[in-house]
Design a protein around this ligand. Sequence first.
Ligand code: ADP
Ligand code: ADP
Ligand code: MG
Length: 490
Amino acid sequence: MKKILVANRGEIALRIMRTARKMGIRTVAVYSEIDRNAPHVRFADEAVAIGAAPSSESYLKMERIVDAALQTKADGIHPGYGFLSENAVFAQRVEDAGITFIGPRPHAIQVMGSKLAAKEAVKKYNIPMVPGVEEAITDIPKAKEVAAQIGYPILIKASAGGGGKGMRIVEREADFEAQMSRAISEAVNAFGDGSVFIEKYISSPRHIEIQVLADTHGNVVHLFERECSIQRRHQKVVEEAPSAVLTPEVRTAMGAAAVKVAQACDYVGAGTVEFLIDERLNFYFLEMNTRLQVEHPVTELITGIDLVEQQINIARGEVLPFQQKDLSIQGHAMELRVYAEDPLNDFLPNVGKLDYYQKPSGEGIRVDDGYEQGMDIPIYYDPMIAKLITYGKNRMAAIQKMKEAIQQYAIQGVATTLPFGKFVMEHDAFIKGKFDTHFVKIHYAPDAIKAAQQAESQIAALAALNAYLQEEERLQVPITNGSGWKTKRG
Ligand code: ADP
Ligand code: ADP
Ligand code: MG
């Protein structure tokens, strides 16, 4: 593979191209009109315009992307995450055009793209699953019976769901029908597929997922877990590896289960098997994401393995260069997703211009970003500006490093999740590892950030005043220069 087209934008496009370049592979960017001057376009060896700003007109246009690859003679396409990364039709079209899709086979994408088909596929491997129904609900009275058996609250989920969308909690039977029709219409709108099913709503779960790698020769390994319980809207904001709560025994059991899930769909490449864990560390299979995950860097830092490099080598047909016994966890890594969202206003997107942008640097700090000072954050795409990742010899060191890095990270022009990250890193429950997916609901108080920001700006104002007064004082001290003149400000 000598040339790779990256069918994505932003930080992930850049991150993939960096590894390609390191491996001596040429890179092709694709871009929408609005991304004409984006860093991923400038970084690439070649770039092809594929359409207007809305992703349905550009980053989701399969034939334009395949054409761009043919035109530039790229021999591989990396889809990144989001967009077409979990689209089996796209993977097939890429292969049909004689280009290597850097990811799993279309069949695996299809099976795991449907939460119901995924459950069906892994059932025979004895993977623990959240109690619920295992087929799409068509008969409402029957579904109500099942719900009563499982016990409320229950969760109605879209089979085609993703990105935290298409989920409805039902607290009591009286709400069942109303929530059901909402879930179905949401699923139809977001995914074009109205199939929904029921799961028991686990009351205080942690989200812990396992990274897997599988080559085309039947070798499958896992690269341990990532804890992703700090979420808003069922979407992750803070991730870390390893988890603060897993025992070596549970880690091994979850790793083995994840490997089986991968084998159940003849998986090839890098993938993630997601689980929910209850208070007693029982784990339940949620779904498999058949792509590189947003939070993959924390795994890279604790294993020393470049996951994109592995993806490319696997796509080239190479044998995995390590076995399970060669892998171990070194140190601790923490990631904060820096979104252009206002943590003081319900995490609503807050897009606009990056008037000032200065990222942190130093040992143990990694920033994967896709923007520069002066750029606009478009409303058309995911509002993630960057991922701030830190590494330390243990969890407290990684937390400490994250606090320093947040302090150093200066962004003006849009509100970001940086202050939220600071709140999390300083929170006792987080530090003690005692949290679940409801951390935001239970512990997060925007007022605490407001008060801290006010105090900080007061301290800053006082410090500035103090510095000014001291300067005045200093300058008023008569200084004799060579000519006998006395200097004084004014
Ligand atoms: P991860 O599990 O990698 O953290 P997320 O759920 O946060 O993944 O989603 C990663 C990216 O993919 C985000 O940009 C998100 O908006 C997008 N995404 C995920 N699933 C879908 C989907 N079904 N439809 C559209 N976008 C999606
Ligand atoms: P998506 O495809 O949107 O990523 P997931 O099934 O992975 O959907 O679930 C996303 C998040 O929703 C989980 O991390 C968890 O916070 C919550 N969730 C999903 N299923 C359940 C459940 N049965 N009980 C409690 N929370 C759940
Ligand atoms: Mg998920």
